[in-house]
Design a binder for this molecule. Structure first.
Ligand code: PGA
Length: 303
């Protein structure tokens, strides 16, 4: 089980005191954040009235975005440096690394709690696409996550929402979990239209993506003005947008899908500000650039 009400399946149902109850294994108990009325624990099981919603805690996901940093040997050295610092069984830890570092990093993190992610890929499986890397190549190398639509890909390399949407669908079709990035420029923040902008990005980028897929998706809210600038959104600013993104998912899909999708904040997150950002109810993790290349990353994982 990874997260969310949407991925929980009751083992069976029966009737108890004229009420239909669903049976769940007891191991779910610690994941349940808010115990609904009708919640009962019985030896080895949890019983929940079928009329009630189960609100599951989403599993935290802390991902490093190494960007264009670290040669293969430097990458292996960083994995060794971080190995003990990032240990935490309650958190999904991901290193999204440059393409050339994927194979050595996958080898270096074998047997640890670290998952490997890519920073980019192209939507075709193979062919005449000089300089690109495909989903089957990533899969075979052990990649599980892929960053899609990072503002640097949008702004420097001209990726638009049509391509980003195609990448999201291709990633899912290939068994990769997208970390879909969205976020506004400083001009949009100042103009006050940032929420409409981000809502539109989400609607475009998830066109024709199914609810079941979105339940496993990771969305990263990254205000462009906070990326690499040392200027972090305040925890309240970040929470406002992450909550709005979750509402957008609820409107596009349903409440269960919105409860399940994991939403990260990214933009100058560091060892000093991570705990406050991560304490917010709609912030389920972080996408970390600069601080993912330093021992500080361990403090963020354990914040
Ligand atoms: P930053 O980068 O943490 O260095 O601001 C975040 C990102 O671009 O993903």
């Amino acid at each position: 089980m990874r997260q969310g009400i949407g991925v929980l399946l009751a083992e069976n149902t029966d009737t108890l005191a004229n009420e239909t109850v669903e049976h769940y294994p007891a191991c779910y108990a610690e994941k349940i954040m808010r115990k609904p009325a009708g919640f009962r624990e019985r030896s080895g099981e949890i019983l929940i009235s079928k009329k009630r919603r189960i609100i599951m805690a989403r599993r935290r996901i802390i991902a490093g975005n190494w960007k264009m940093n670290k040669t293969p040997s430097e990458a292996v050295a960083l994995c060794a440096e971080l190995k003990d610092l990032v240990k935490n069984d309650a958190v999904d830890v991901v290193y999204c690394v440059p393409a050339i570092d994927i194979v050595p990093v996958a080898e270096a993190v074998k047997g640890t709690n670290v998952h490997v992610g890519a920073e980019n890929f192209y939507i075709e499986d193979k062919g005449a696409f000089t300089g690109e890397i495909s989903a089957p190549m990533l899969k075979e190398a052990g990649v599980e996550f892929v960053i899609i639509g990072h503002s640097e890909r949008r702004d420097i390399f001209g990726e638009n929402d049509i391509l980003i949407n195609a990448k999201v669908k291709k990633a899912f079709a290939s068994g990769l979990t997208p970390i879909l990035c969205c976020g506004e420029s400083l001009a949009l923040r100042k103009a006050g239209t940032y929420k409409e902008w981000i809502k539109r990005q989400i609607e475009w980028d998830l066109t024709d993506v199914t609810a079941d897929q979105v339940k496993t998706l990771v969305i990263a809210y990254e205000p462009i003005w906070a990326i690499g600038t040392g200027e972090t959104a305040t925890a309240d600013q970040a929470e406002e947008v992450c909550a709005m993104i979750r509402e957008t998912i609820a409107e596009m899909y349903d409440a269960a899908t919105a409860e399940a999708v994991r939403i990260q904040y990214g933009g100058s997150m560091n060892a000093g500000n991570a705990a406050e950002l991560l304490s917010k109810p709609n912030i389920d993790g972080g996408l970390i650039g600069g601080a993912s290349l330093k021992p500080d990353f361990g403090q963020i994982v354990n914040a």
